[in-house]
Design a protein around this ligand. Sequence first.
Ligand SMILES: [Cu+2]
Length: 139
Amino acid sequence: MKKLLILLLLTSVTLAACSPQATPQLITMETNLMKFQPAMIEVKVGQPVKMTMRNSDSVDHDFSIMEIPTSKISSTAESVAGHDMGSGGTAKEPQLHIAVAMGKSGTLEFTPTKPGTYEFFCTVAGHKEAGMKGTLVVK
Ligand SMILES: [Cu+2]
C-alpha cells in the first residue's frame, strides 16, 4: 500500500513537470551598431516566448530564422515601409520574422516546439555579413 502511494506521488510530480507552462519567457533584444544584443538566446521547448525587439540603430533591421518548428506565431511591429526581405523572388521566406524600423520596437511571440540550435540573422542586404547574426538555443 505504501509503495502504491509513493508511485502515485511520483506520477503526479511527473505530470506536473510535463504540463504546459503558459507563462511566457520574456526576452529583450536590442539591435544597435549592426549587432544583435544578446547574440545568444536560450529558451525552453513548449513554453511561449515573448520577445521585444528594440531597434536603436539608424537603419531598419529584422530578426529572422529560416527554419524553426514553432506554434502560435504572432507579431506586433511598427511596419517597415518597403521591407521586402531582399527581393529576387527565389529566396525562401524565413519561418520566424519580425522587421523593426529604426528607432522603433516590436514584439514577436512564438512557441518553440523542437529542441535545437537555430541561427537568427537580419535579412537586410549586407547586414548578416556585417555581423548581424546570433544563436537561439531551444532546450
Ligand atoms: Cu539589419
